[in-house]
Each structure stands twice: as C-alpha cells, then as structure tokens.
Design a protein around this ligand. Structure first.
Ligand SMILES: Cc1ncc(COP(=O)(O)O)c(C=O)c1O
Length: 422
C-alpha cells in the first residue's frame, strides 16, 4: 500500500474520504466567527471570570457530549424515523445519545464492552472492512450473514446457520449482530425495511436476541433527501423491540470530516453506561470545540445546506465513475455492478475466478496503470470471494475520476487478454 501511495500520479479510488473541494470552509468560518464573537465582546466588557466562562467551548466538555448537540442529534434522528420530535421525545432520545470521536469510536466501544476474545459477531456480507479489522484486533470472529445473488439477506439460510452454531456449541459465543442499513460501505446497498424486520424476526425465532449495532454512517448521504426516511432506525422499529439496540451515526461524512464527530444512541442503560465508562478511559469526552462548531452549524442551517451540496456533488461523481467504467467496456468484459442511490462507493464483481486481491496480477496491472482500489476480499468476515472490488468516488475530482475509471478499465482489458506485462 505504501509503495503504491508513493507512486507519482497514482489515482486512488481506494480511500473512503470525502470530497475536498466541497468541504464547508466558508460556512465553518462563519460558525467560528459567531462562536468567538460573543467571547470577544464579553472580554471587552465583563470581568475576566465572566469572559472565561463564555469560552467554555475551549474547555473540556463532558464525557457524553454537549447537551445541546445531543438534543439536536436526537431531534434529527427522530424526524428521520418519522416520529414527532416533541420535547419529551427529544429529551428521552438525547439521554440515550453519547457523542464520540467519529462513529468509529462508538463501534469500538460497542464491541469492546460486549465481547471477549473468541466471541462471534454476525456481520453483513460484504461488510465495512474497518469494522472487521476492529473485530480482528479484539480477537472477535466475524460471521457473515448469508445473502442471495441479489445481495439481499437470505433469512432461511441465516436460520440454518444459527441452528448450526447452536449445534456446534457456538451460540453462547454469539454476542451481537452488526449491519450498515443505508448506502452501505462497501456495497452501496440499503436494507429494505422488510428485510431488516425479517432479520429481527429470524434472530428472535432462533432464540438469538443479541445486542444489535446499526451503523447509519451514510443515512444522510442518499441522493434523494427523503431516502433517510425510507425505513426507521432500529431504535424505533417495533420488529427490534426487546433487543439491546445501538444506533451509530456520524457528522464526518455529511459535513466537516476532519472535525471527526460521531455519535451513538443506545436504549440499554447498562450497555450505554459500560460504553461511556470505557470512553472515559479513552478521552473523557470528544473535543468540545468540534462539538460546539457542529452544534452551531446544525442550529444555524449550515449543516443542511452542506448536505444539499454533497448530495448533488456525489451523485454527479457517481455518474462520472459509472460512465467511465461503462464507456471503458467493463460490462463487455463481464464485470457487474449496481448503481447506488447514495453513499460513496461502487461495488464491482469481476468475472468469476478473476482474482482482485492485493497480490493478484490484476492489482499489479492497476498499479502499473496508476489506479488504486480496495480488494473486496478485505470486506468479508469469512469465505471471501476473490473477484470483488470497492471503488470510492468520494475524493477525486470529476476529471480525475474519469481518468481513474479509464485506467481501471485498461487494467481489466489487459488481464482479460491475458497479455498484461506489468
Ligand atoms: C460504514 C461506516 N461506518 C462507520 C464509519 C466511521 O466513520 P466516522 O468515524 O468518520 O464517523 C465509516 C467510515 O468510513 C464507515 O464507512
């Protein structure tokens, strides 16, 4: 990877980073000016003590996060879940909310507090590879939930798997189920409401009411604003009643990625307390300043404006990459992919048997052409197919995306011809 990244002129379709050109520099400047303005005024007129209190955003915050931000997040998610955001509902949800250093930290806290080494977590197939790495780092096994050819969960096959786990004595080690519900990384797929409810029903029927971790990192990045409401999150989905539920979300991808603020919402007091306890050991609170900026950005409307910009930008970039691949002849070479309606990724299946792993000829040809991707084998908890690829259209500008797509197609042609001198 390092050698590849040091290659001059290499275009990376690998990193799940966001679009640099649209990062909200001006909006954050205004938000920052608004925050500091009050302090400067207070400093000019009041006692030093009073002005010091006004700059509370430059002081440590609390472990759970700023109350104002938690309430705003609660209101947003309630609205997306089609619930009335009454004062009581917001207060109850805010109580379940804790702010984290990106949603990645919430995922880590979840697994660390649920699992011991040797335990098992059910994951989607394919799954978010940093989550899989996290499991591996804690010695926890990922077990993929079976899917059909269309990528939908195969619930009868899942029931069989759960029965086999019981028969093998593995059931006691099954500690959680994890999935990305909207515009998944890496597949770009959104779970259907009935599919998600069916998963709960199957787990319940097989006596596997284990904690559920719903990752909603891309919920707000659907190209149609309304897609965030296409289904309820697990916290409001009656099918999941009785499960201990954690819903994770983020403000990184939809706004200023570098502020690295995410959140968890958990309806199980004991689990939530355990996560917050461990968070206390990590950092006793996410950067208060970053939270204060986001609080103002949401309250003042800059967050929503940025989302509208991103939706349009990413849709165009998706089109650019998709068209580069289609025009480059990838379909004719037997490659297949779905065109996602949100998120940052195209998930490609190469012709059966074509190896796309790091060590593969195809990967070397891509590097020789000057393009980098994520081999799909990294995105599988187990029994990884060799022929899948994740491409991100997040970072590169449109012209670079088109060129990267063309390079990718050239590598696919060369490996298909069997000629490819690297
Ligand atoms: C599916 C998914 N979940 C969670 C995260 C973590 O993101 P962050 O820590 O920036 O919130 C990512 C980042 O790429 C992701 O793709």
């Amino acid at each position: 990877m390092r050698a590849a990244l040091e290659t001059p002129g290499l275009l990376s379709l690998a990193a799940g980073f966001t679009d640099n050109a649209t990062l909200p520099v001006a909006a954050l400047g205004t938000v920052f000016a608004g925050l500091t303005e009050g302090v400067r005024r207070a400093a000019a007129s009041a006692t030093p003590r009073a002005s010091g209190m006004d700059a509370e955003f430059l002081q440590y915050g609390t472990n759970a996060g700023r109350p104002g931000l938690r309430a705003l997040l609660a209101a947003r998610v309630l609205e997306q879940d089609g619930e009335e955001a009454t004062v009581e509902a917001i207060a109850a949800r805010a109580e379940q909310t804790f702010v984290t250093n990106g949603s990645q930290q919430a995922l880590y806290l979840a697994v660390q507090t649920l699992c011991e080494a040797g335990d098992i977590v059910l994951v989607d197939r394919p799954s978010y590879f940093v989550f899989l790495e996290l499991l591996g780092g804690l010695g926890v096994q990922a077990r993929s939930m079976p899917v059909g050819a269309d990528g939908r969960l195969d619930l009868p096959a899942l029931a069989v798997l759960l029965r086999q786990m019981r028969a093998n004595g593995e059931r006691a080690r099954l500690k959680a189920v994890y999935f990305v519900s909207w515009f998944s990384n890496p597949s770009g797929r959104t779970l259907e409401a009935t599919e998600k409810a069916g998963l709960a029903t199957t787990l319940r029927a097989e006596d596997c009411v284990v904690p559920v971790i719903e990752d909603a990192a891309y919920r707000e990045l659907g190209f149609a604003r309304e897609s965030a409401k296409a289904q309820r999150g697990v916290l409001r989905d009656p099918a999941w009643a009785g499960f201990a539920r954690l819903y994770t979300g983020t403000l990184t991808k939809p706004f200023a990625t570098g502020l690295k603020v995410g959140f968890g919402m958990c309806d199980h007091p004991g689990w939530r307390a355990a996560m917050q306890h461990v968070k206390g050991h990590h950092d006793f609170g996410t950067a208060n300043f970053a939270q204060a900026l986001l609080e103002r950005a949401i309250m003042g409307g800059a967050y929503e404006v940025q989302l509208a910009v991103l939706r349009e930008t990413y849709q165009k970039k998706r089109d650019t990459l998709h068209e580069a691949l289609a025009c480059g002849g990838l379909y004719e070479l037997g490659w297949r992919w779905r065109v996602p309606e949100g998120g940052l990724y195209l998930w490609l299946a190469a012709p059966e048997g074509l190896d796309t792993g790091w060590a593969s000829k195809f990967c070397q040809l891509c590097l020789a052409e000057g393009v980098l991707y994520v081999p799909g084998e990294l995105c599988h908890g187990d029994a990884a197919p060799v022929n899948t690829v994740r491409l991100s259209y997040g970072v590169l500008a449109p012209a670079a995306l088109a060129e990267a797509g063309a390079r990718f197609c050239r590598a696919a042609r060369r490996v298909g011809e069997g000629s490819g001198q690297v």
